[in-house]
Design a protein. Sequence first.
Lengths: 88, 199
Amino acid sequence: MFDKNKMADDIKRMIILLADQYSTLPDRINDDDIILDLGILDSPAIIELLCQYEEKYKFEIEKTEITMDNLGTVNKMVEFAIKKIQRI
Amino acid sequence: MRTLIRNRVEVDPQKVVLRQLSLNDVSEKYIGWLNDPEVYQFMGLRHKIPVAQQDVIRYIETCNKNKRHHWGIFNDGEHVGNVTCGYYERNYHWADISNIIGEKKFRGTNLAKFALVGAIDYLFNIAGLHRLQAGTVSLHFASIALLTNIGMRKEAVLKKASIVDNKYVDHIIFGILKEEWLKRNSKIPSVKVIRPFWE
């Protein structure tokens, strides 16, 4: 069984830790917030986030899988990770 | 994703300069970037590959003749990428802005961010523009993150207006007004911009 709440918290922690030093952090990140719209991750950070996400859940993201539908929000990242893990 | 660069170099914004490109800047290295799939994969340029030396010369000549900003990004004197205003709406004082980071070791660094902030500061404060816009395909997460992070606003999603890898994908337009830029709450450092010959 997957603990979706823990997975969501872990992903949010990654986002916060990768947040750009020049940005103002939001009070909280909601599971359905569009991550890119938060404006706190710059391009190096978004690449790092996806790398850490792959490493944490031990799968690889194909180039064609990098879409807003798969990875646009914390919730979508949780669901996508579960699908990928189940396919392994 | 794991193959993407993670051993990034640190960029000191004080060592970065934007300068209008001239024919003296045309080099094999520069032409090589434009033919690198990692660089052109999400750019309109991908439909014009291969890019030859003559194409680059013609583009620089056109930019200089038409007073379009086509800056090289120089890090400690080394040409490593470009920031370009490829389209101007001169009657309404706005332009389209884009960038490339050609030199591999600078991809995934803060260089693009510092260079874009420098260019936008210049275009609003010196060149007299009042609006800038930028576009990217919806698959290009790094570009979307960059534009959002520097303070640009997502203004439009053009549904399936582009093609990547033989599939229709959305094209996203970002914009920002001068007054929004000046009011934004950001501490991103800017870089030095050398005035082109016409300003």
